[in-house]
Design a protein around this ligand. Structure first.
Ligand SMILES: C[S@@+](CC[C@H](N)C(=O)[O-])C[C@H]1O[C@@H](n2cnc3c(N)ncnc32)[C@H](O)[C@@H]1O
Length: 280
């Protein structure tokens, strides 16, 4: 099985900041972007997705920035200089995005992203959209304002190990949510539904990106479907790509930060080399 993987060693194509009229756009059809599978595209995900043909993607797995730096709790408040989590990686935002938009603007942005995602998946496609609930000014902020009106079929609970919050007003939050937003014909592979809707995966600790997925979480999603092409529009360090390669699927990653695009490229190269070593 590993040998097969090596034979099909994944070549990664990276396109940095494609612009309108760049040659990757199909002539005569400004809507269409020729994205070769196994590509990392460095740019804004809405701009790129708007150029992708409708119904061209089987599966989207993504985790957007959570807009955490404007939080009033969890020690993430940008104005809080002290606290146990003062040095937590996310306090600095991302390399190209400060994760601190006015709430309503953030909600509108995320709804626009979801609109494009829904448009570009096939009739049997699905989106696994990871987000996090939080307490703001003493009240629960769920993410209904972002997902309402979209075809949410299920909410999967991703139970993490531990969490961070030292507020005596509520219990330590230990889970995130994954919205399964699906077109009507979407189906899981046989037996996958036995995983249930509460998944326990420890967070990734060795990845230098401030908010990476654990690869095993993405493996669970991809291996539960027969998707051939998997897109991650907020690809960060390329975890979705690594899992797609492991599961013999193709990936398209979109990421705003050149630093993280390069991180993904390196990670994919190293993953391929590791596989070669294992099989030699
Ligand atoms: C939560 S992280 C994703 C991490 C990823 N799941 C991983 O495993 O590494 C969100 C990512 O979205 C990226 N981002 C922010 N704004 C973006 C935009 N407009 N278009 C594309 N990517 C964006 C950030 O740079 C960040 O890497």
């Amino acid at each position: 099985m590993i040998a097969k993987l090596i034979k099909k060693k994944t070549k990664v194509k990276t396109k940095y900041a494609p612009k309108i009229k760049d040659k990757i756009f199909v002539k005569d059809s400004p809507r269409l972007l020729e994205v070769e599978p196994n590509s990392i595209i460095c740019g804004d995900c809405i701009e790129i997705m708007k150029k992708m043909p409708s119904g061209s993607i089987d599966l989207i797995i993504t985790s957007p920035p959570y807009n955490l730096k404007n939080s009033t709790g969890n020690g993430m408040n940008v104005n809080t200089k002290s606290g146990k989590w003062a040095t937590a990686a996310l306090r600095n935002g991302y390399s190209n995005h400060d994760d601190s938009m006015p709430h309503q603007k953030y909600v509108e942005w995320q709804r626009q992203c979801l609109e494009e995602m829904v448009r570009i998946i096939k009739d049997d496609g699905a989106i696994f959209y990871n987000h996090k609930r939080r307490v703001q000014n003493g009240l629960l902020q769920d993410r209904e304002d972002i997902v309402s009106g979209f075809p949410v079929r299920q909410i999967i609970i991703w139970k993490r190990k531990g969490g961070f919050n030292f507020n005596p007003g509520y219990f330590l939050p230990t889970y995130e949510v994954i919205y399964l937003i699906a077109k009507p014909k979407f189906k899981l592979l046989p037996k996958a539904n036995a995983y249930g809707d509460v998944w326990e995966f420890a967070q990734e600790m060795k990845n230098p990106h401030p908010a990476p997925f654990p690869v095993s979480l993405i493996d669970r999603i991809i291996s539960s479907t027969n998707a051939e092409i998997v897109l991650d529009p907020f690809a960060g360090s390329g975890t979705t790509a690594i899992s797609a390669i492991k599961n013999k699927r193709k990936f398209i990653c979109i990421e705003l930060s050149i630093e993280y695009c390069k991180m993904s490229e390196k990670r994919i190269r190293e993953f391929n080399m590791q596989q070669e070593l294992i099989s030699s």
